[in-house]
Ligand binder design. Structure first.
Ligand code: UT7
Length: 363
């Protein structure tokens, strides 16, 4: 029997139209554009305002709808939906079930996966294995977070970092040597004290006290997280590169989790890949947690060509981390005529035009 691979055949994305820039951030907490740009590399982030919508499903539904339009896939042809998110609409039911119901994907099953900022990486591996099993031919993997729902806007250590957004990919079966080829994933459980949300789960249930103490927000001790992120992502990328005969001369793209532009540069330096081969959108997307990797694909899709070699890497709370090697499945330029995010990123579109496009997508 021929080997079945799981290849990405389309990308959809969504970011809310409200743009919170560093000037506004400096009026919320004691910070400055200079500090945020120098230490993190974020200029603006998209925020889902309650008057526009709420819940991560609001964004994922829009991303999936765009994906179905772009790929011309019939809703009935989707066999599974996996959502990587740390900010599901509810503890239950799953975000996947909300999306499946709302979009009429009536032949699909689905579930959520929570691995913080490494969630999409794990979901891509899981989805690919469903396809490789031979039982499924077409599934959707979503990654995204409504980070503003758990960001403490009184804490300058964390609030400039995060933004809201979601994106998704179509995974399909192929016998070509394309798609997810290799992966290295780990969890060490040592990161709890540095990065967590203290209350709201079954261990520390919500109460007046937990609300008063502001325990329902992200807590992060940045420096140790930074150190672990650089080391673990770099090690994972190096391992995957070596194992697959990849190096600075033949890797087309590094797709890193967008936590801090200094981390992204350090990872690229380690395997000697120049920065123009690293997908970076943290400047205008910030850290959307489970959304960073697919949102990178969404924005860079026009530049991707069939056969391009990509290494994904991510790091998140837990700690969770890893790297994947993927061969791209199609020429992006043909598919991505509708990805204006790229024009915005390249400065060919004004902030107002970009905002208008984000708003008009919001149907
Ligand atoms: O996505 C999951 C994984 N997450 C990550 O990978 C994040 C990793 N960590 C980081 O990216 C960085 O550690 C941060 C961006 C969170 C912080 O940058 P840093 O260079 O590690 O700063 P720091 O926390 O060591 O703080 C340095 C100084 C402190 O002042 P003192 O104590 O030196 O006087 C902070 O109080 O900067 C101060 N500071 C700020 N100043 C202005 C902290 N936040 C701000 C701020 N504006 N927003």
């Amino acid at each position: 029997m021929e080997k079945i691979n799981a290849v990405i055949t389309g990308v959809g994305g969504y970011v809310p139209d409200y743009i919170l820039d560093n000037e506004e951030m400096s009026r919320i907490v004691d910070t400055s554009d200079e500090w945020i740009m120098e230490r993190i590399g974020v200029k603006t982030r998209h925020i889902l305002k309650p008057e526009q919508g709420s819940g991560v499903s609001y964004m994922m539904k829009r991303a999936v709808r765009q994906l179905l339009e772009k790929t011309q896939a019939e809703p009935e042809s989707i066999e599974a939906v996996i959502c990587a998110t740390t900010t599901p609409d509810y503890h239950f039911p799953s975000t996947a079930s909300i999306i499946i119901g709302a979009l009429g994907l009536k032949n699909a099953f689905g579930f959520d996966m929570e691995a913080a900022c490494a969630g999409f990486l794990y979901a891509l591996e899981t989805g690919s294995n469903l396809i490789r099993s031979g039982r499924y031919k077409r599934i959707i993997v979503c990654g995204g977070d409504h980070m503003s729902s758990m960001t403490n806007y009184q804490d300058r250590n964390t609030c400039p970092i995060f933004g809201d957004g979601a994106a998704c990919v179509m995974l399909e079966a192929t016998t070509e040597e394309l798609g997810l080829i290799d992966g290295f994933y780990r969890v060490d459980g040592e990161g709890y004290e540095y990065l967590h949300m203290e209350a709201g789960g079954s261990r520390n249930m919500p109460s007046h006290e937990t609300v008063d103490k502001r325990l329902h927000f992200v807590f992060q001790d940045g420096r140790p997280v930074f150190k672990h992120a650089v080391t673990k992502m770099s090690d994972a990328v190096e391992l995957i590169a070596k194992r697959n005969g990849l190096g600075c001369d033949n890797v087309d793209w590094i797709v890193p989790h967008q936590a801090n532009v200094r981390i992204e540069s350090a990872v690229a330096r380690r395997i000697g890949v120049s920065e123009d081969h690293v997908m970076i959108n943290i400047d205008h997307m910030a850290n959307t947690s489970g959304g960073t990797l697919p949102l990178c694909l969404w924005e860079y899709e026009p530049q991707l060509k069939k056969g391009d070699k990509l290494i994904f890497t991510a790091f998140g709370a837990g700690f969770t981390w890893g790297a994947s090697y993927l061969v791209w499945g199609y020429d992006g330029a043909k598919e991505a005529a509708k990805s204006p995010a790229v024009f915005y990123k390249e400065g060919k579109m004004s902030r107002e035009e970009w905002k208008e496009i984000c708003t008009s997508r919001d149907s």
